[in-house]
Design a protein around this ligand. Structure first.
Ligand SMILES: [Ca+2]
Ligand SMILES: [Ca+2]
Length: 276
């Protein structure tokens, strides 16, 4: 099986990068005397979250004897560092083994595995070896390289949080929606909190969280929320943070303060008398 038999999938934007790297490193694999067992192709798999980035590694099955028959087992390993020079052995010994590999199929078949639990926006290098039942181990494959996708950019910090109205028991807030990434896109959730003390990063955890915040609208949209259940004639501080779908949390917004209105009316008069 020569590298020409590989399946190159160009759907993914990064495939071109991989292709370039793979061709570069194919030579390296040959330099260290390895048998190239089909071209390893790593590609991004689907939408990612910070908690579960994955890559799909695809290759052509070699055989039991060269490119004939059916081999017995695979050993696929990865690292976030490339091979140093021609020292593939050191790279291999320090690499992480992928569990749950498929059983090799007939020579020429396309085998693959989804490698899960990777870090987002990180470049991974993969090398695969194949053995027959003895086992006789094949040399190193070429190096498959691919960066995981993922989102590590938090929503922008809200800077225009303001108070639009107060009553004896409530304070109405208004702000401009930030985005998923800075001021672009749509974030996933808001966390609005209030306190009778000035809110800072240090005491954010002690501030009282509200419930029922609106879902973030697309970046730039004015949004409102009214904090209710407050005491009258008390100065409150309010601030908020925004989280995106990958769990990236914005910095603390500007902090606003406002006093609820006097909610205590005069006592009813009980000694009213009438004279003539
Ligand atoms: Ca054999
Ligand atoms: Ca984001």
């Amino acid at each position: 099986m020569t590298p020409m038999n590989c399946i190159l999938r160009t759907r993914h934007m990064r495939s071109r990068t991989f292709d370039r790297f793979a061709r570069t490193n194919l030579g390296q694999a040959i330099v260290v005397g390895a048998v190239v067992a089909g071209l390893l192709l790593a590609r991004g798999a689907g939408a990612q979250t910070a908690a579960d980035s994955s890559l799909t590694v695809v290759w052509t099955a070699p055989g039991d004897d060269g490119t004939s028959g059916t081999a017995a087992t695979y050993d696929l390993r990865f690292r976030t560092t490339p091979v140093a020079g021609t020292d593939t052995l050191s790279w291999w010994n320090g690499a992480t083994r992928v569990n749950g590999l498929p059983v090799p199929r007939l020579a020429g078949s396309i085998d693959s595995v989804i490698v899960r639990g990777l870090n987002p926006v990180t470049t991974y290098y993969f090398i695969l070896r194949t053995a027959d039942e003895v086992p006789n181990w094949a040399g190193y494959s070429n190096i498959g390289i691919m960066a995981t996708s993922g989102d590590v950019t938090p929503p922008g910090g809200i800077a225009d949080l303001g108070i639009t109205a107060t009553t004896g028991t409530s304070i109405a807030l208004r702000w401009t929606a930030p985005g998923n990434d800075g001021t672009t896109g749509t974030a996933a959730s808001y966390d609005i909190r209030y306190s009778t003390s000035l809110i800072t990063n240090a005491n954010w955890a002690q501030a009282t969280p509200v419930t029922g915040e609106p879902a973030p609208a697309i970046a730039g949209t004015p949004q409102t929320y009214t904090v209710t259940g407050l005491l009258g004639s008390v100065t409150y501080y309010a601030a908020m943070k925004t989280t995106d779908a990958s769990g990236n949390v914005s910095v603390l917004s500007n902090v606003v303060s406002g006093a609820t209105l006097d909610a205590i009316p005069p006592a009813p008069i009980r000694d009213l008398t009438v004279r003539r």
